[in-house]
Design a protein around this ligand. Structure first.
Ligand SMILES: [Fe+2]
Ligand SMILES: [Fe+2]
Length: 175
């Protein structure tokens, strides 16, 4: 019910989203160990969002009567030079995912699979937000890297509830 090329690419993306989940857990654990609980909380929450992205894609494949493959995941980076590095890595990751999401929408359109193209629209919007959030955070972390409590205060003030439920979001499998 979905184009074969799109299904293959979406299954690759499920692995990328799970890898993003693991990477954000690793970032959260790093900040937790540094006793920067607000940064840790932010990354734990981001990790859950990535897991949901993967499971939204799984649900789409189930609904389309296609095979969703739960992937093996590449190991995340767990050591960081300083407290800026995890955020810089996260911004790179979000930019990379944006390219992947656009490629998925492009594939669906090229295959004439307009249902899958429409499914990708929410992810396109989501990536605009995720890149913007990480690039704002990178600016803040770079500016205040010598005073991490400044960053913690910023996180508590501005990022207390990063994504309070989006009614337009696709449903993750199992939710
Ligand atoms: Fe994602
Ligand atoms: Fe993301």
């Amino acid at each position: 019910m979905a184009a074969e090329a799109f299904v293959a690419l979406l299954n690759e993306q499920i692995a990328h989203e799970y890898a993003a989940h693991q990477q954000y857990v690793a970032c959260a654990v790093y900040y937790d160990a540094e006793t920067l609980p607000q940064l840790a909380r932010f990354f734990y929450a981001q990790a859950l969002e990535e897991r949901d992205h993967a499971m939204m894609m799984v649900q789409y494949l189930i609904d389309a009567d296609e095979r969703g493959v739960i992937p093996c995941v590449t190991a995340p980076q767990v050591d960081f030079a300083d407290i800026v590095a995890p955020v810089a890595l996260a911004l790179d990751q979000e930019k990379r995912v944006t390219v992947q999401i656009n490629a998925l929408a492009g594939c669906a359109r090229a295959e004439g699979d307009y249902t899958s193209e429409q499914f990708m629209q929410w992810f396109i919007k989501e990536q605009v937000e995720e890149v913007a959030t990480m690039s704002d955070l990178l600016r803040v972390v770079e500016r205040s890297k010598d005073d991490p409590m400044d960053i913690e205060n910023f996180m508590a003030r501005e990022m207390a509830d990063s994504d309070g439920g989006d009614p337009t979001a696709p449903t993750p499998a199992g939710a």
